[in-house]
Design a protein around this ligand. Structure first.
Ligand SMILES: [Zn+2]
Length: 239
């Protein structure tokens, strides 16, 4: 059960004015401002143990009905899916941080799309998620903090090793993020902790590549948050 008392008052107040509807079954939501009902919440494919040892946090196994919601988010930019999945990632991350005694991130940065793919699709699903997670956790989101420096092949068709090679060096910090870090350092402050946000992690190769760029730039602690983790041979991934 999510901890609804952690919500700011206006989100709790909003619930009383406009009762939530469950994203998955379209029934009445009965979990406060979440677009979710208790029955669907219990039936979601939760990961039993947060993968806290490497600071990779996923809420779910990539399975029904989360897979369908993720496809609606990725291919149609479904804002309702982003809202409910973002809230659930925020809760899973809060729980994992408390359990594993991780450092709460100061900033959320979405995994970037290559500019060409962003232009074709018109949105970055990781950014839609990050905005929702940031709203829920009251954390700032730097939408364009990372950029892809080259187009990469879709990860879904590749082996684990090929995925790592496919994305090595594919990310760098944006000019605005670099300036922000430089100015923080100049003031004697450091941006210690950042959470990278993505929709699905498979081998984690994409997020690891982005993480390498952030660590190289002086961010001390990078967590990787995703909605779902794909388990090999159990999952058919969208391309
Ligand atoms: Zn439901």
């Amino acid at each position: 059960m999510p901890n609804l008392r952690a919500l700011p008052w206006w989100q709790r107040a909003g619930f009383w004015c406009l009762p939530a509807r469950c994203y998955f079954c379209d029934g009445r939501g009965d979990l406060g401002p979440l677009d979710l009902c208790g029955r669907c919440h219990r039936a979601l494919p939760w990961l039993a143990v947060p993968r806290g040892s490497t600071a990779v946090i996923s809420a779910f196994v990539y399975a029904a009905p989360v897979d369908t919601a993720l496809k609606a988010l990725k291919f149609a930019g479904d804002r309702a899916a982003a809202r409910v999945l973002g809230a659930l990632v925020a809760m899973a991350a809060t729980r994992a941080i408390a359990l594993e005694r991780l450092r709460p991130p100061k900033l959320l940065v979405p995994a970037p799309l290559h500019p060409q793919r962003l232009a074709d699709r018109g949105f970055n699903q990781a950014a839609l998620l990050a905005m929702q997670i940031g709203r829920w956790l009251q954390r700032p989101v730097l939408r364009d903090g990372l950029v892809r420096t080259r187009a990469t092949r879709p990860q879904t068709a590749l082996s684990a090793l090929e995925r790592r090679h496919n994305v090595i060096g594919a990310f760098q910090l944006s000019a605005s993020f670099t300036r922000q870090l430089a100015s923080a350092t100049h003031r004697g402050a450091t941006l210690r902790s950042v959470a990278l946000i993505d929709d699905v992690s498979t081998t984690g190769a994409t997020l690891e590549a982005a993480r390498a760029a952030l660590l190289q730039a002086g961010v001390e602690d990078v967590q990787l948050w995703s909605v779902a983790t794909a388990i090999p041979n159990h999952t058919i991934m969208p391309t």
